[in-house]
Design a protein around this ligand. Structure first.
Ligand code: AHR
Length: 659
């Protein structure tokens, strides 16, 4: 009995020693051997109008179907009769007169007492905050109703009034009428009533309500809280407008940037391709008003200090959908759109498109340096069309870098074919996409360590996200486990910054009640927003980007999965900091004994930022946004040695001042 106990005790001690011995890792960082430059644009963002990311999301307009142009012109609108007020509503179509915005509502009011009018439901309601100012505007003409009195009401979910303003002095002929109101209550799902009393007729169009506090207080602006989430990422580039939305389900539905610039009321609305894409998440009220158009995208990129990266249609609709391509002899207008886009972004104010940019309030150029030709395209028809674009763009604009597509898959015959064709082209980047399970991201952390480096284009990891099947809640697929796998993969991107020069997670935004695709980087409702664990992974990499890679080795080899560890290192020349990213995907802590080569720790304590969670299935929600967020702690270094603990399932970003 005694002997048995002793043996058991011995076994426990031995296991403990072995576990300790296995979990202490010796790492060396060759600070004296700086390698590839980290491109300023390395970690960027991918914006696509999916999941109500634009209308109902980043674009701060609160009125849905403001110009009655949805297929069902009164979708989102309801007739309102107050007390004995009566009337009728007619939708008039004046296509010959106004091709882009043909419809308006004619409201005939018979309300000597009471009121009659319309109510708008917003995008899954309107987010209204007590004490905040809201700016209303509408275009109207009242040929037979100049005595009508108008009233705006904001009502909360229970029908209680949370805001009010009045409108009057309507005249014959289209004019814009404006009113401001201060909300007296908070309502995440308010609605707007536009009521008239008296007798007469009024025609209304472009009925609009914006918070006064848009991003940078711009009219026609962006939701400030969502824009701030982007600013905090310090992205190196902003890719826009997508994604498959560039392609459209068919060519008629493709993204045409020229239709998204100029006065908002002259931008032609089209159906959003994500309206019908997924039967299980259909969104019949999903359209593109283009209130957030190319001018605003360029401005956003400028605001966040990022390089603009537009993707243009190359004469191909979505190959997963209709497979419609434009005939080769009719490709010119598509090419012209690309050339004109360069003029819009960079041209002098004396040029046609540069002049339009100036008239919209931005005479200075937007410094466009790169363009993506097509989104997820493949096969010979892509290569054929890409080459026409390449020939024209490179000869007219050699200063613009070109991005070509490697298709939607991370490997396989389609991928190999495109790489073979494009390797010898003049494309500057190949756009690779990976929507794969977390295991793929772990296995591919060394993907680029042995990539062919002999000439040819660099890599743009233009869309990626680890897709797990866990979870029922909207935000739940953005689990810590998925983010951890992405972090491991990103060490491989950073380590290979000589060939991987840009990367962006996708998609960027999702409304919790109106999403079509998940996971997504940032979730929001009408008043709140939450960063996912994946968001914090992106943020930790992009805010600790550094300027040059340095080798981080374990027994002379890169660390990409050995003992469940993944790592990369960069130095930041300006701040003289060494920035280590160490990912431990095991369920046990790991002791790291890190030796700097050719440098010693300088004054100032090293800082370790740890992103971790009790369980890999954990995720952040709007109600609990802080479950998985980085925690910062000071650690110590002595000479050229640093001892660090990497917690179970954690991303660790360690900043060490050095000399
Ligand atoms: O990010 C969502 C979609 O995934 C993009 O629109 C498309 O490019 C990819 O298939």
């Amino acid at each position: 009995m005694y002997t048995k106990k002793l043996i058991a005790l011995f076994a426990v001690v031995l296991t403990g020693i072995t576990a300790y011995a296995q979990s202490t890792q010796q790492l060396s960082v060759q600070v004296n051997k700086p390698g590839a430059l980290i491109q300023p644009a390395m970690w960027g963002i991918f914006f696509e109008d999916i999941n109500f990311a634009a209308d109902g999301g980043l674009y701060a307009e609160l009125v849905k179907n403001r110009s009655f142009e949805f297929n069902d012109p009164l979708m989102g609108w309801d007739e309102v009769k107050q007390d004995s007020g009566k009337g009728t509503i007619l939708i008039i179509n004046r296509k010959a007169e106004n091709e882009n915005n043909p419809r308006y509502a004619r409201i005939t009011v018979n309300a000597a007492a009471g009121a009659y009018g319309l109510s708008n439901e917003g995008f899954r309601g309107m987010g209204i905050e007590k004490g905040k100012v809201y700016n209303f505007s509408m275009w109207a003409s009242a040929p037979k109703g100049s005595t009508l009195q108008g009233r705006l009401l904001l009502l909360d979910e229970k029908g209680q009034q949370v805001g009010e303003a009045s409108l009057s002095g309507f005249g014959n002929g289209w004019q814009q009428y404006k009113a401001s109101l201060t909300a007296t209550g908070t309502a995440p799902k308010a609605k707007l009533q536009l009521l008239f009393s008296g007798k007469g007729e009024i025609e209304v169009d472009m009925v609009s309500l914006f918070p006064a506090e848009t991003w940078k207080h711009r009219p026609n602006g962006l939701r400030a809280d969502l824009a701030q989430m982007l600013v905090d990422l310090k992205p190196g580039f902003v890719r826009f407008p997508g994604g498959c939305i560039v392609e459209g389900r068919d060519l008629a539905n493709r993204y045409q940037w020229k239709k998204t610039v100029g006065k908002p009321e002259e931008r032609q609305l089209i159906i959003n391709r994500w309206n019908t894409e997924f039967k299980h998440r259909s969104a019949p009220d999903y359209f593109q008003s283009f209130g957030l158009g190319f001018f605003e995208y360029f401005q956003l990129a400028e605001d966040v200090g990022a390089a603009p990266l537009p993707i243009i249609n190359c004469g191909m609709a979505c190959q997963f959908n209709t497979r419609e391509v434009v005939a080769m002899n009719e490709l010119d207008p598509y090419l012209q759109d690309a050339l004109d886009l360069i003029e819009f972004a960079n041209g002098g104010t004396d040029t046609k498109w540069g002049g339009l940019r100036a008239s919209m309030g931005h005479p200075a150029p937007f410094n466009l340096t790169m363009i993506g030709v097509g989104n997820e395209q493949w096969d010979e028809q892509y290569v054929e069309r890409y080459k026409v674009f390449e020939q024209a763009l490179k000869s007219k604009h050699p200063e613009i870098k070109l991005i070509a597509s490697a298709g939607p898959f991370s490997k396989g015959p389609m991928f190999d074919y495109l790489w073979k064709e494009l390797k010898t082209s003049r494309a500057d980047f190949i756009d690779e996409h990976y929507y794969m399970p977390p295991e793929w991201f772990l296995a591919n952390a060394s993907r680029y360590d042995s990539y062919d480096r002999a000439g040819g284009p660099k890599i743009f990891a233009g869309e990626y996200a680890a897709h797990t099947k866990e979870g029922k809640d909207a935000e739940s697929r953005n689990t810590w486990g998925s983010a951890l796998a992405e972090a491991a993969f990103m060490t491989g991107l950073e380590r290979n910054a000589d060939i991987v020069q840009m990367a962006s997670y996708a998609p960027l935004f999702a409304h919790v009640e109106a999403w079509q695709w998940r996971p997504d980087l940032i979730w929001f409702d009408n008043l709140r927003t939450v960063g996912t664990p994946n968001y914090y992974v992106q943020k930790l990499f992009s805010t600790n980007k550094g300027t040059q890679t340095v080798p981080l080795l374990s027994n002379g080899a890169v660390l990409a999965g050995k003992d469940s560890l993944y790592a990369s290192a960069v130095i930041d020349a300006a701040s003289k900091k060494l920035l280590l990213k160490i990912v431990n995907v095991s369920s046990a802590p790991v002791q790291l004994d890190i030796r700097l080569e050719g440098a010693v720790a300088a004054k100032g304590a090293p800082v370790q930022q740890v992103l971790s969670a009790p369980a890999r299935g954990d995720f952040n929600t709007l109600d609990a946004p802080g479950r998985v967020v980085p925690v910062e702690k000071k650690i110590s270094a002595s000479g050229n040695r640093l001892n660090v603990t990497a917690a179970p399932a954690s991303l660790n970003v360690i900043a060490v001042p050095y000399r």
